[in-house]
Design a protein around this ligand. Structure first.
Ligand code: ADP
Ligand code: ADP
Length: 224
């Protein structure tokens, strides 16, 4: 059983743009998986379909064995998504943001790990300030914590280090490695080869809405 399974996934936007042209992909449980491809390849579209933000126009997708159409609640409970844009709740504090989000996912108060998550992403000092006052890097870390409130087995990060400075990039990488070592399946999209090579055990290369390669990183690098 895969962590994420895509079968013949298609997306044609209403302006006629065909962003996904029959994508089939199995992401193994426990892996650290990279979706690598240039801007416009279709990576975000794939993620946004899994996040329920974009409707697919063909094919199937499932998360942790749950089809997103047939079992949307189970699929949603199985995945945490860190979006590319720094969308966040500006007039709430990080603490409130995580509590509210945990509530949305039905996590009972005594099972919430709000301060633990804030510590994990080094935001414990900012727990009670308005999120709009956070730096870009802090906002991204808050989004990572937010994606984890319901303890999903799969974490997906869309271009996690785009526009992020080197120090924070290393911090994020280390944190993501720890999560993966702890058993979380991690999927990230990137257009940086070095990022995928450094972090991921498997890489799928996306181009023009199609998967053009999919292999172990070591195998892919040996043949590149
Ligand atoms: P759908 O085709 O799934 O209904 P929409 O057409 O509603 O999606 O997309 C929402 C809006 O996002 C569109 O009006 C579109 O103009 C805009 N948009 C966002 N990103 C892009 C992009 N990269 N290229 C073109 N339009 C975009
Ligand atoms: P990536 O994440 O790999 O950069 P995207 O999935 O964002 O690629 O985009 C794939 C293609 O779909 C691009 O050509 C993009 O311009 C187009 N696109 C993305 N969103 C929309 C939208 N809402 N409406 C129309 N076209 C879009």
């Amino acid at each position: 059983q895969s962590a994420i399974s895509l079968r013949g996934l298609e997306k044609t936007y209403s302006n006629g743009k065909r962003a996904l042209d029959g994508v089939s992909l199995e992401i193994p449980r426990g892996s650290m998986f990279g979706l690598l491809g240039p801007n416009g390849a279709g990576k975000s579209t794939m993620i946004n379909i899994l996040a329920g933000l974009v409707n697919k126009t063909g094919g199937q997708a499932s998360v942790w064995g749950f089809d997103i159409d047939e079992h949307p609640r189970n699929a949603k409970a199985s995945i945490g998504i860190v979006p590319q844009e720094l969308v966040f709740d500006a007039f709430f504090t990080p603490f409130e943001t995580l509590e509210i989000h945990a509530g949305l996912f039905g996590v009972p108060p005594r099972q919430r790990r709000t301060m633990e998550l804030l510590r994990a992403v080094h935001l414990e000092d900012k727990a009670h300030v308005y999120s709009r006052t956070l730096s870009g890097g802090m906002k991204r870390r808050l989004l990572v914590a937010k994606a984890l409130v319901h303890n999903p087995p799969v974490l997906v990060l869309d271009e996690p280090t785009a526009g992020v400075d080197i120090e924070l990039r290393q911090q994020l990488w280390n944190y993501v490695r720890e999560l993966n070592a702890g058993g979380t399946t991690v999927v990230l999209t990137t257009h940086y080869l070095e990022e995928a090579e450094e972090l991921c055990d498997r890489i799928a290369i996306v181009n023009n809405g199609q998967i053009v390669a999919n292999d172990l990183t070591s195998t892919l690098m040996a043949t590149a």
